[in-house]
Ligand binder design. Structure first.
Ligand code: NAD
Length: 264
């Protein structure tokens, strides 16, 4: 090793305080585990059943972090404020926010009920705004913080054959909100970035695999130049990069992780 810079330590999150929304399963769970593995204390936010989140928090605690589970619906302003206040009361600060909670309600545009359109927007877009605003206010007082929004390749392209215009629009909104917040909050030392995953196997996509294996194999996997679907673990590296000092000059960026699906 040469030079004074500690390159290994750039990825160290020891003692950093992180929030992961929708953190008890799927992508959120893997990202919570990855943050904790790098030393962060993690607040796992879940909408309803606390049981799974508490089990995960106990596992992360056993590995030496001060992690805990907390209930909040990200689409509800009062829930978000209560959750944020509770985290600040426990830790006194918030260094990392992963806005991961999201839903997809597939429907052809001509059949999409206004209620489903609004529900999608309220979780996927209002939720990212509300949690970022509440946590951002704290990060402004600290003059530091890293926010990571989970967008989607569906915010960049219209993926096919399932139809979910509301989801696509909500995720495009997440990407633009990422850039807007990065611009507004740079002067406060806050960085805001997003991941745009391609198809990743989770409980969200398990049902599709069961019911439409042809779509998963012929469209999802073959659509990627790597000819496969991704795993939740394959989103961890970029998350640790964005959460840590390794990305100190990266803000307003949307990192696509899709096995090359959006290349063609
Ligand atoms: P998932 O359904 O397994 O997890 C989503 C989590 O969000 C769940 O824990 C759920 O309870 C939570 N959630 C939903 N509504 C909520 C609310 N109102 N308040 C709080 N929590 C709420 O799905 P996943 O595949 O792990 O997806 C996680 C994120 O990644 C989502 O934003 C999704 O859009 C995005 N994404 C997923 C894929 C994929 O292929 N799986 C691809 C691109 C983007």
């Amino acid at each position: 090793m040469s030079g004074a810079h500690n390159y290994i330590n750039m990825f160290n999150l020891k003692g950093r305080k992180a929030i992961v929304t929708g953190g008890s399963r799927g992508i959120g769970k893997a990202l919570a585990e990855a943050l904790a593995a790098h030393g962060a204390d993690v607040a796992i936010v879940v909408k309803s059943s606390l049981e799974r989140a508490e089990k995960l928090a106990a596992d992360l605690k056993a590995s030496g972090t001060d992690s805990f589970a907390i209930q909040a619906d990200v689409a509800l302003e009062d829930d978000v404020q209560r959750m944020t206040d509770a985290v600040i009361e426990r830790w006194g600060r918030i260094d990392i926010l992963v806005n991961n909670a999201g839903i997809v309600l597939p429907a052809a545009a001509e059949d999409c009920a206004l209620e489903d359109w609004r529900k999608t927007m309220s979780v996927n877009l209002d939720g990212v705004f509300l949690v970022s605003r509440a946590v951002g206010r704290q990060m402004i007082t600290q003059k530091s913080g890293s926010i990571i929004n989970i967008g989607s390749m569906s915010g960049r392209i219209v993926n096919w054959p399932f139809r979910h215009a509301a989801y696509n629009v909500s995720k495009a909104g997440v990407h633009m909100l990422t850039k807007a917040l990065a611009t507004e909050w740079a002067e406060h030392g806050i960085r805001v970035n997003a991941l745009a995953p391609g198809y990743i196997m989770t409980e969200l996509t398990d049902d599709v695999l069961r019911e439409h294996p042809d779509v998963v194999n012929n469209h999802w996997a073959k659509g990627a130049v790597q000819n496969r679907i991704g795993t939740v673990e394959e989103l961890a590296g970029a998350t640790i990069y964005l959460a840590s000092d390794a990305s100190s000059f990266t803000t307003g960026e949307v990192i696509t992780i899709d096995g090359g699906l959006t290349l063609r």
